[in-house]
Design a binder for this molecule. Structure first.
Ligand SMILES: Nc1nc2c(c(=O)[nH]1)N[C@H]1C(S)=C(S)[C@@H](COP(=O)(O)OP(=O)(O)OC[C@H]3O[C@@H](n4cnc5c(=O)[nH]c(N)nc54)[C@H](O)[C@@H]3O)O[C@H]1N2
Ligand SMILES: Nc1nc2c(c(=O)[nH]1)N[C@H]1C(S)=C(S)[C@@H](COP(=O)(O)OP(=O)(O)OC[C@H]3O[C@@H](n4cnc5c(=O)[nH]c(N)nc54)[C@H](O)[C@@H]3O)O[C@H]1N2
Ligand SMILES: [Mo]
Length: 767
């Protein structure tokens, strides 16, 4: 038995390794608040769902590369050798390139993949395809796409905002009140993209409370903020109404900061006329807000006064913008914060996206770590990431995007590496229909996820613990040597080697490898990182020493960061990168687009399912799971320990449960016109009445014997709609869905997706 350090998106762990297998993962002693997600690893890495051999869908093999025969997601697979699989892929890539051009290849391939600077699945795939003439890629993400699209019009680039978020120790020292829309879930701060070396947020929040900072959690789920806090529980999608109700009260009481509005913003007058109902719409007072949100008008008025009288930080969770019209709460939060006049002061103003990872407002990296160069993509067509089904179902059709008309490409090949669309995308039944359209779907996977099952060609790949890499989170201040602790099972391989072999078949090996093996690339990336560190006055160890040593912590560049401080200090010398150089409470640009779903100032639009009237009556939110990262490690022990009879838990209020004869621990069926799934009921007062909460990420497990192909496992995206936040940013809106729920009696069908699919061995003697 040996103890080996491992590193993942959720942190460092100490793996116990025996006979080449990880038997357990213990907390890393230097991490103040280590994540239990690591304890999933033994069961998942060595679990029954590993993809062990290259596999080809039977119906596709019989037709080879033309329109699919059989049904993707339902067919059985034939296991083949690497030579057979790679010959088939090379032939298919060449055929599509010759007949459709590289625009016929979609490699948007959204997803989190794994930690590690070199073996990053999307970078590997993109470099390979760029050497082959390129492919259509995706734009944006599922996390905070509405913010990335919206903020440049009204404040400035959103990714920059994340780096510039006011630091929590600053709030602890200067803040008095933190008002959080969507809370700041401790469960979400376990994770950071590319890895987190130290979990600091528990200490940061404790320091705030010790200093008397007060928290208000405005969220349908009490658990979105741990520790002492006031909980106001609105219906989902009503945040703009709540903020407007408070803004109206500030004006009525003369508590808004006109001096700040005059100096730092543009267009307040137009907004004010809308707010007060002087433009022919109703006045947006606190009573109007109560009718839309269910939060008592009296409390909205008193809270607005407290916010005006205390140093107040307004925080908007990313989940709040992953909704119908999700751009609007962002605009309204900025507007409300501008009215309070505290933007740019320590502990005041607003921040969007605290808790999107465990490092925001906690730490940052001083420079970019070295990464695997992707090269240039000759194909310029991109797809807004959440339009995958729209594109596959409507090639050649047009759509709106940032005030322009764009056209969907005709994707004949879809290639996914490092993401799980059959967990992450909305309306999975529609996605299933969309995935029947291309000629060929290729998925590189560790496990037989539902996405792998919807492919034609599945390539088995190595996981983080099975390869050598340099660890460095996107916003973390440590570099972590990542040595393999076990070997890939079956025929699984690292992706770099797969693409190298494929590149040889296509005559692009030299371009792809530049004559280097994986180890050569790692050394090269370390020398880039080493040199960049030197430029910042930081001495890193040499390569061998680094890989043999402990994590290396480097300096945090901005521990005293206050969001928009420079702009506040001198708005003339430091204008914002908006057309006016100021905060745009009214935007001429956006008004000029003439969109019905995003106007010239922040506006309230009720959620679409609420307006439809015949969907529901329960709101469903589907936040990130505590026990895993999205769908990753769903079959591990920690994730499984929270399931109910093998189903994903759904939180339901006692009165909603009683009305439906549901008891804690019952199996329930969630349904709406879009789909159905089973789940396990958790009856709790921590959820607002009228709302249910189903965790995201249970592997989709459609039951083809059921007339509605009901998901046996509990993936919320069987129920979400596939409409975008708005035609401005075309962002996902997964938190805006309504459902009905009923008790499921009898023996529920077994969940099958954690096992192998139906596999046959090739009898075609290819191998
Ligand atoms: N209803 C609902 N849906 C949501 C959300 C929500 O709030 N509600 N949240 C959305 C958000 S914010 C996000 S970011 C997405 C997340 O969606 P994804 O990022 O797609 O989710 P993951 O489960 O992280 O999927 C990563 C997949 O990559 C595989 N993988 C890991 N490492 C490697 C590797 O090295 N190579 C290869 N080839 N594969 C690898 C894993 O096995 C896993 O299947 O989900 C979105 N979907
Ligand atoms: N353990 C773990 N941590 C993670 C992840 C994971 O999968 N597992 N995923 C990571 C990723 S990719 C991301 S993007 C971040 C996501 O970070 P967030 O976006 O902050 O997380 P969510 O869980 O989607 O949403 C937060 C909360 O918003 C509330 N909410 C939903 N709709 C509304 C609404 O209309 N109004 C209000 N006021 N509240 C609402 C829900 O109750 C939900 O719990 O988390 C990251 N952290
Ligand atoms: Mo995300």
């Amino acid at each position: 038995m040996t103890t080996e350090r491992i590193f993942n998106h959720w942190g460092i762990g100490l793996a116990q390794v025996q006979d080449g297998r990880i038997t357990s993962v213990n907390p890393y002693p230097d991490d103040r608040d280590p994540s239990a997600i690591n304890s999933n690893i033994p069961g998942s890495l060595h679990g029954a769902a590993r993809v062990l051999n290259p596999a080809i869908r039977k119906g596709w093999l019989e037709r080879q590369g033309v329109a699919p025969n059989g049904e993707r997601g339902r067919d059985e697979f034939v296991e083949v050798s690497w030579d057979v699989a790679l010959d088939l892929i090379a032939g298919e890539l060449q055929r599509v390139k010759d007949s459709h051009g590289n625009e016929g290849i979609y490699a948007g391939s959204y997803g989190w993949s794994s930690a590690g600077r070199f073996h990053h699945a999307q970078s590997q795939l993109k470099r390979f395809l760029n050497c082959f003439g390129g492919a259509v890629t995706s734009q944006g993400n599922y996390s905070y796409n509405a913010a990335m699209g919206m903020m440049p019009y009204i404040v400035g680039p959103y990714r920059q905002h994340i780096k510039e978020a006011t630091r929590w120790p600053v709030i602890a020292r200067h803040g008095e009140l933190v008002v959080m829309f969507g809370g700041m879930a401790a469960r979400n701060m376990q994770v950071s993209d590319g890895g987190i070396s130290q979990h600091r947020m528990k200490d940061n929040l404790a320091a705030c409370r010790e200093n008397g900072v007060r928290f208000v959690n405005i969220s349908p789920h009490r658990g979105d903020l741990s520790g002492e806090a006031e909980w106001l529980a609105p219906t989902p999608g009503s945040d703009v109404a709540i903020m407007m109700g408070m803004a109206h009260h500030l004006i009525t009481k003369g508590l808004h900061d006109q001096g700040f509005l005059d100096r730092y913003t543009t267009g307040f007058a137009q907004f004010q006329s809308h707010l007060m109902g002087e433009d022919g719409t109703p006045p947006k007072d606190a009573d109007w807000a109560e009718a839309r949100s269910g939060v008592a008008a009296e409390r909205l008025r008193s809270l607005a006064e407290e916010m005006a009288r205390h140093r107040t930080m307004i925080s908007v969770a990313a989940g709040v913008q992953r909704t119908d019209y999700g751009e609007q709460p962002l605009w309204m939060a900025m507007t409300l914060a501008a009215m309070l006049g505290q933007i740019g002061l320590p502990g005041g103003g607003y921040v969007v996206g605290y808790a999107v990872n465990g490092n925001i407002g906690a730490v940052d990296r001083p420079f970019r770590w070295g990464s695997f160069p992707q090269g240039d993509n000759p194909v310029k067509t991109t797809l807004p990431v959440a339009m995958i089904s729209d594109m596959l179902l409507n090639p050649g059709a047009s759509y709106d995007y940032h005030g322009q008309r764009k056209v969907f490409p005709d994707a004949r090949i879809v290639w996914w590496a490092g993401g799980n669309p059959f967990h992450h995308h909305q309306d999975l039944n529609r996605l299933r229909a969309a995935f029947q359209r291309p000629d060929t779907v290729i998925v590189n996977e560790i496990n037989w996820t539902s996405s792998a099952r919807h492919a034609d060609i599945v390539l088995p790949v190595a996981a983080t613990e099975e390869r050598r890499d340099i660890g460095g989170g996107q916003s973390d201040n440590a570099l972590i040597p990542m040595n393999p602790v076990t070997r890939p099972p079956g025929q699984a391989r690292v992706e770099y080697d797969i693409y190298t072999d494929l590149a040889s078949r296509l005559g692009i090996a030299e371009a792809f490898t530049e004559g280097r093996g994986a180890e050569d690339w790692l050394k090269l990336r370390w020398s880039d990182t080493f040199a960049a560190a030197k430029d910042h006055g930081i001495d890193l160890p040499q390569w061998q020493e680094f890989m043999a040593g402990a994590p290396v912590e480097v300096v945090d560049p901005a521990p005293e960061m206050v969001f928009l401080k420079d702009f506040r200090d001198d708005p003339v010398a430091n204008p914002l990168p908006t057309p006016s150089g100021k905060l745009e409470i009214f935007s001429e640009t956006l008004a000029g687009f003439g969109l019905a779903d995003c106007r010239g100032h922040a506006s309230y639009f009720p959620p679409r399912d609420e307006v439809a009237g015949d969907i529901g009556p329960l709101y469903m939110v589907s936040g990130q799971p505590k026990t895993r990262l999205h769908s990753q490690l769903d079959n591990g022990a920690y994730s499984m320990s929270h399931k109910i009879k093998g189903r994903e838990p759904v939180l339901i209020h006692p009165r909603d449960a009683a009305e439906r004869g549901i008891a804690d621990g019952d199996i329930v069926e969630l349904h709406n016109p879009r789909g159905r799934c089973l789940a396990g009921a958790v009856v709790t007062e921590d959820i607002r009445q009228g709302v249910v909460f189903l965790w995201t990420g249970a592997w989709f497990d459609p039951d083809f014997d059921h007339p509605h192909h009901r998901d046996r496992h509990g993936n919320p995206n069987t129920l979400t709609h596939d409409q975008r936040s708005s035609s401005l940013t075309q962002s996902p809106a997964s938190h805006s869905a309504m459902v009905e729920l009923s008790r499921f009696d009898g023996e529920p069908p077994a969940v099958t997706v954690h096992d192998q699919p139906k596999l046959a061995r090739s009898n075609q003697a290819h191998d």
